[in-house]
Design a protein around this ligand. Structure first.
Ligand code: GLC
Length: 565
């Protein structure tokens, strides 16, 4: 080889090796977060190492082995920063520390180190729209009209009659403006009055917030879940929103929120946060409530330069076990050409066990839901306890409610305590979470639905999750494969293939309370029935051999099989 060619070849090799190691740590062709299973945990409720009734970071550290064995690759921890806890951590008074209730920065480092050892990455929850009113930034900002931090929040004069600047309402009830008597101006808060909105039009705020992410990236976090991103901007001239018909749970008029939500400027900030994330190989997950798929698509960025993982909440709004509805939701997500993010519950939504359960077949339905969202193309985000079939424990009396919106909106809005109860570790008192009374009570079903009991039962919801999660991690068709819907007109059974390099995984889900037999034409998909190998199933079986493939399923049955050519 002539010398010049040799040099060129060497340069090519170095450049391509560098490029590949920077871009694609997890071959083939996918960033780590596309192959990962995420798990949201609510730190108040996950594990209580010091038995004070509230969970903590050392508790999380002690459960890393459980998370790894379950098949979790990354945990998103709801806010664990110093906070007056008005909104249970979503009112942050210091973005760069840990609330003493949860531990210290040293405990955080120990947790991250243990996570690293066990292969569990840490994702933190970044409350971008607002801080606590006890954050030093707001304390300064509210100290005088001329304070250098005055413009870090949204301050305005009231109307000449003394009323608030406009008709915008807080999503947690009442006006979105609060009068500060000291300076005679109102400040804007889309959430509680104790959560003043930051002014993202101010470059100093932007810089300070981007720096917060740098602080945590340097401490080893792998990304952020971005809280309430659609509320970041408001129109500067504060036009009134249009008032719609009716009243909400707080007795407030309903408005269209056109001028204080989903403003296009949000995307500039997403791009800014992404730029910093890219410097650290990190992932951004978005709390992206959207009305339609076009809106969701925007959050990926026109140049794929915004949020890598905007959560598809439209999926959580199906609220019934329906093959037709889920099929069209999946088709919509697929139509974006993007990487979908599947969620069925979180700390703001009634648990999936109750939303989808029919009261009789809840465990079967919990398995059915898992079989669906853990086998679709895309990344799933689990919610702690979902793997146990943990149920909602909605408060029965107003005086028991902790979540302020539940007290304000009772009885129509009962708050979010029900989906935030302690993780059920065993059948010991308080579900083994704590030796003292926990901050929220566990539901009675903890006696059967807990980690220790379910680990011993091969048919438990937990062991079903473990099986499907293990499959996701070992069968590359499930991470790499395309999604091919089957039997499109079937209103009862949702069936699809995942296909990758000549291999396929078949998923058949009976979304009804009656037994069904489905016929699947695999030959039309370029596959044969000869090599159908069952992987995971509940109450279902296939008759192999002749075409079409016949699968019979009991109520809410699941059939997952591998098909090789
Ligand atoms: C998000 C959080 C929710 C919180 C709100 C205000 O919607 O998920 O729990 O109350 O933001 O920060």
């Amino acid at each position: 080889m002539p010398r010049n060619t040799r040099i060129l070849a060497a340069v090519f090799l170095i450049v391509s090796a560098t490029f590949m190691s920077a871009q694609k740590p997890d071959a083939p062709g996918h960033e780590w977060w596309k192959r990962a299973v995420f798990y949201e945990l609510y730190p108040r409720s996950f594990a209580d190492s010091n038995n004070d009734g509230v969970g903590d970071l050392n508790g999380i550290t002690s459960k890393m082995g459980y998370l790894r064995d379950l098949g979790v690759d990354a945990i998103w921890i709801s806010p664990c920063f110093p906070s007056p806890q008005v909104d249970f951590g979503y009112d942050v008074s210091d973005y760069e520390n840990i609330d003493p209730m949860y531990g210290t920065l040293k405990d955080f480092d120990a947790m991250a180190a243990e996570g690293k050892k066990k292969g569990v990455r840490i994702i933190l929850d970044f409350v971008v729209n607002h801080s606590s009113d006890k954050h030093p930034w707001f304390i300064e900002s509210s100290s005088s009209k001329t304070n250098p931090k005055r413009d870090w929040y949204i301050w305005r004069d009231g109307k000449p009659n003394g009323g608030p600047p406009n008709n915008w309402m807080s999503t947690f009830g009442g006006s979105a403006w609060k009068l500060d008597v000291r300076t005679g101006q109102f400040y804007y808060h889309y959430f509680y009055a104790e959560q003043p909105d930051l002014n993202w039009r101010n470059p100093e705020v932007q810089k300070a917030m981007y720096d917060v992410t740098r602080f945590w990236y340097k401490r080893g976090v792998s990304g952020f879940r971005l809280d309430a991103v659609d509320t970041l901007f408001e129109v500067p001239d504060l036009r009134d929103n249009q008032v719609l018909e009716g009243k909400n749970a707080y007795g407030d008029p309903i408005t269209d929120e056109k001028f204080n939500k989903k403003l296009p400027e949000v995307h500039d900030v997403m791009r800014g946060l992404r730029k910093v994330a890219d410097e650290h190989g990190a992932v951004l997950i978005g709390e992206t409530w959207t009305d339609d798929i076009a809106e969701l698509k925007e959050y990926y960025g026109t140049k794929n330069d915004e949020i890598q993982m905007p959560m598809n909440f439209m999926f959580t709004q199906v609220n019934k076990v329906s093959a037709t509805d889920f099929r069209s939701q999946i088709a919509a997500a697929e139509s974006t050409g993007q990487w979908p993010v599947w969620v069925i519950s979180n700390h703001d939504i009634v648990r999936s066990y109750n939303r989808y359960g029919d009261g009789k077949n809840n465990d079967a339905i919990a398995k059915l839901m898992a079989a669906m969202y853990l086998t679709l193309r895309g990344t799933p985000i689990m919610y702690y306890g979902e793997e146990l079939g943990m149920e909602n424990n909605t408060p029965k009396r107003k005086e028991d409610v902790q979540d302020p919106i539940g007290r304000r909106g009772w009885p129509e809005e009962k708050g979010r305590d029900g989906e935030r109860t302690p993780m059920q570790w065993s059948d010991a008192p308080n579900a083994g979470f704590s030796t003292v009374k926990p901050w929220l009570p566990v539901p009675n079903s903890y006696k059967t639905h807990n980690v220790a009991t379910e680990l011993k039962d091969p048919d438990s919801v937990l062991n079903f999750y473990k099986k499907v999660l293990a499959l996701r991690h070992t069968n590359e068709v499930l991470t790499e494969g395309s999604y091919v819907p089957l039997n499109d007109a079937d209103a009862k059974v949702l069936a699809y293939l995942r296909k990758y390099e000549g291999k396929a995984v078949l998923v058949v889900l009976n979304m009804s309370g009656a037994a069904h037999e489905v016929k699947l034409d695999l030959v039309a998909q370029g596959l044969s029935n000869a090599n159908v190998q069952e992987l995971v199933s509940t109450a279902s079986k296939a008759q192999k051999g002749n075409a079409p493939l016949k699968v019979s399923l009991q109520p809410f049955g699941v059939y997952i099989a591998e098909i090789t050519k």
